[in-house]
Design a protein around this ligand. Structure first.
Ligand SMILES: *[C@@H]1O[C@H](CO)[C@@H](O)[C@H](O)[C@H]1NC(C)=O
Ligand SMILES: *[C@@H]1O[C@H](CO)[C@@H](O)[C@H](O)[C@H]1NC(C)=O
Ligand SMILES: [Mn+2]
Length: 586
């Protein structure tokens, strides 16, 4: 036949040509095959030489959207007024609306608020296995179980090896045998490890980690909800480098309505020099790269993943840290200084109930938090610890206890100095939280010119509180304020600032709200010449008052109005005259 004849005549040439083509394909420079996607079986594809796959459980996603009921899809819910009594009783012991939680399905659906690119993202096909560790002390039944069910239901089953609930000496009856029996019947992947007495959050996590047999430890708080495909994004960076700790985005589950909503779309974790947890903006290159994981100096603390191998190389947590406090700094400093990396993974989102109030009494008689902070500072922070002690000299009176084990961890792992961490990881921290507080523009009392017997008065009210009163001037701390170098006004040494959320109307209320150093609606200036306190970037509005009912508010600036004129007891004239040239600038 014809083909046979062609083959007969050109056989050698065909074979040679075939070989040449084969050699070209094999020898092709990597660039040519760079984006070549090769299909394998079971939905695995090879991208850039790495086997990746789609971990979405489409069957579950389909079922879940059909669910109806209270709080489904993460929508805000409420209780009928008839349940007020039950509601109050459970609120008191939990600090959130636990009665409402009981009306919401343990496997309720949640809206998908991830970055759109997360939905179709592929992850490494061979991920390590995970153990979920959840310490709890007197957690409410349905919130504890929803934590476990949401983690299990939304995980690829072959990756989640175990769920370990660590009972830190709970006293609620149902957290005993009833919980064991329930889990054995409905969620056998979960088991409870019980501590003999109150060990605190940190040692409870350590104990849970000791019981875990999976490759990766994932610590969760006991009132959380894991959302769609939360697990692979936490595991992948660890699969690529085992010395990586990975944090999810932490969303908000409303303490009253159980609504599920975003906290924000990502910040880098940080701290100030009194060890308050703070956040720094993401870097422009991180923003451009979203939703890929980005580096973060400090974890928020409650929710993160770390390989068991790296965790134990670092000595776990310092077991000398009592109850809670400072542990997120300890582990974060250790990860970075001891040759690891910490990232936030935007495609993994987990909701957390931030309580309305803490319902538990202090479990210790001494200042365990100060001792924890000192242990962290003494072991890891080198010469930088003095910036903490400068602000909290009392901490120096607290005995650290034995820290030789921790110093040995640092030595054994040849960990880097704290200065390396500050220069390379938290390089923008001091811009936002200076080592030494720059001088105030003004401070002391703020006296009204309209009636010099009256001063701005606050009794250090908490967040959201309105700053609404003038009082008879006096020496008390409620009359002491500062116009700080960050251009905010706050009660002396407070972390709450004068905040005007809404300028509408001619008497806008002034609130005391957590200082955010973002300028915006917390920016103030003192006009020495006119004795006026200007609000905002454009200084169109001024601090004003009513002498008759002793109210304070903000209204459009009026140079002739006496009620808008104020006298600070101390004015740093030199700094103030340079105000517009000094950072931070709007
Ligand atoms: C949620 O739980 C209910 C009751 O156990 C069950 O009928 C339903 O199928 C579950 N939903 C999903 C999506 O698994
Ligand atoms: C007021 O500010 C000045 C610096 O401008 C500072 O030296 C002084 O200590 C401050 N006073 C108080 C009570 O903080
Ligand atoms: Mn919590």
């Amino acid at each position: 036949m014809r083909l046979n004849r062609i083959w007969g005549r050109y056989r050698e040439r065909i074979i040679v040509a075939g070989l040449v083509v084969l050699v070209i394909i094999i020898m092709a420079p990597p660039k040519l095959v760079h984006n070549m996607v090769k299909r394998e079986d079971e939905g695995v594809v090879v991208i850039d030489g790495v086997r990746k796959k789609d971990y979405n459980d489409y069957k579950y996603l389909k079922e879940e959207v059909l669910q109806t009921g209270t709080g489904e899809n993460g929508i805000a819910a409420s209780l009928s007024p008839g349940l007020d009594k039950e509601k109050e009783a459970l609120y008191k012991v939990n600090g959130f609306n636990a009665r409402l939680s009981d009306d919401i399905a343990l496997n309720r659906s949640l809206k998908d608020i991830r970055h759109p690119k997360c939905k179709k993202k592929l992850y490494i096909a061979d991920l390590p296995t995970a153990a979920v560790v959840v310490p709890f002390h007197n957690e409410h039944w349905s919130t504890l179980l929803r934590t476990a069910f949401s983690a299990y239901n939304r995980s690829p089953k072959h990756l989640l090896k175990e769920i370990i609930l660590v009972d830190d000496a709970s006293t609620k009856d149902f957290l005993g045998k009833k919980l064991d029996d329930y889990l054995a019947e409905h969620l056998p992947i979960a088991r409870v490890v019980r501590l003999p007495s109150r060990w605190g959050l940190i040692r409870a996590r350590l104990e849970g980690a000791k019981h875990a047999t999976a490759d990766v430890l994932i610590f969760l708080d006991s009132h959380t909800e894991c959302t769609t495909n939360w697990l692979p994004p936490l595991l992948e960076p660890i699969a690529m480098n085992y010395k990586t700790a990975v944090c999810p985005f932490i969303d908000v589950i409303d303490f009253e309505t159980f609504e599920y909503r975003a906290q924000d779309e990502g910040r880098r974790g940080s701290f100030d020099w009194e060890f308050y947890y703070k956040r720094l903006p993401v870097l422009p290159e991180d923003e451009a790269n979203m939703p890929e994981p980005f580096k973060s100096p400090v974890m928020a603390g409650g929710l993160f993943a770390i390989s068991s191998k790296f965790f134990w190389e670092l000595g776990g947590y310092d077991p000398g840290l009592d109850i809670w406090g400072g542990e997120q700094y300890e582990l974060s400093f250790k990860v970075w200084q001891c040759h690891g990396t910490m990232v936030d993974a935007p495609c993994s989102r987990i909701g957390h109930i931030y309580r309305k109030f803490a319902p538990f009494p202090n479990p210790r008689k001494d200042n365990f938090i100060a001792r924890n902070y000192r242990r962290v500072a003494e072991v890891w922070m080198d010469e930088y610890k003095k910036f903490l002690y400068m602000r909290q000299p009392g901490w120096l009176q607290v005995d650290t206890g034995d820290i030789s084990e921790q110093l040995a961890v640092r030595e054994r792992n040849k960990c880097k100095p704290f200065k390396w961490f500050m220069d390379n990881v938290a390089f923008d921290l001091v811009k936002h939280y200076p080592l030494i507080e720059p001088p105030d523009y003004c401070n002391g009392t703020i006296k009204s010119v309209a009636d010099p017997r009256l001063c701005v008065d606050t009794e250090m009210k908490g967040q959201f509180d309105r700053l609404d009163s003038l009082g008879e001037c006096g020496p008390g701390s409620q009359y002491q304020f500062q116009l700080t170098a960050f251009k905010d006004i706050r009660p002396l040494k407070s972390h709450n600032c004068f905040d005007v959320p809404d300028l509408k109307g001619d008497k806008a209320p002034v609130l005391l709200y957590g200082c955010h150093k973002g300028l915006g609606n917390q920016m103030w200036k003192y006009d020495m010449t006119n004795q006026m306190i200007n609000f905002g970037h454009h200084a169109t509005h001024c601090l004003d008052c009513s002498i008759s009912n002793k109210e304070i508010f903000v209204s459009p600036c009026d140079f002739d109005s006496k009620t808008q004129k104020w006298i600070w007891s101390f004015v740093n004239k030199e700094r103030l005259s340079n105000y517009d040239n000094l950072d931070p600038k709007p």
